[in-house]
Design a protein around this ligand. Structure first.
Ligand code: SF4
Ligand code: SF4
Length: 132
């Protein structure tokens, strides 16, 4: 779901749980897109044709969606349980994606907020790895 526009980072600091994952993953590197609920919620990967026929991604989408509904505010699921936000977490763990199909990252507010077109105009972060 699109929840807003603009620099959420400045308006609402990331929570301890969000920062923990971001720091663990990004240690020693430039971590461009924080692994945060505000970014997970805006990610378009769940609607992407690349994952359209992936049973693995659909199962993860359902289970992570249910988990997030009952999760305390500020908590985030384990990154490997979320079939999206690959610009932050890196390559997909599901093996049944079709990378020949078009990536829809350019329709995403996270893509726009973090200027990802400059970083990786070919996108398919699920295939090539996260944005750095
Ligand atoms: S840019 Fe792509 S991978 Fe990153 S949050 Fe948006 S749709 Fe997901
Ligand atoms: S990173 Fe791009 S290609 Fe991969 S699932 Fe997300 S929108 Fe689709």
């Amino acid at each position: 779901m699109d929840t807003g526009k603009g620099k959420l980072t400045e308006e609402k600091p990331f929570t301890e749980a969000e920062n923990r994952f971001t720091e663990e993953k990004g240690r020693g590197t430039d971590f461009l897109v924080p692994y945060a609920r505000s970014n997970i919620d805006r990610c378009k990967c769940s609607q992407c044709p690349v994952q359209g026929d992936s049973k693995c991604a659909k199962d993860k989408l359902q289970s992570s969606g249910e988990a997030m509904k009952i999760m305390p505010e500020g908590e985030v699921p384990n990154p490997e349980d979320v079939p999206g936000i690959y610009c932050s977490t890196g390559k997909a763990t599901c093996q049944d994606l079709n990378f020949d199909r078009q990536c829809i990252c350019s329709t995403c507010e996270v893509w726009k907020e973090y200027g990802l077109e400059e970083v990786d105009p070919n996108n398919h972060f699920c295939h090539h790895g996260r944005a750095t």
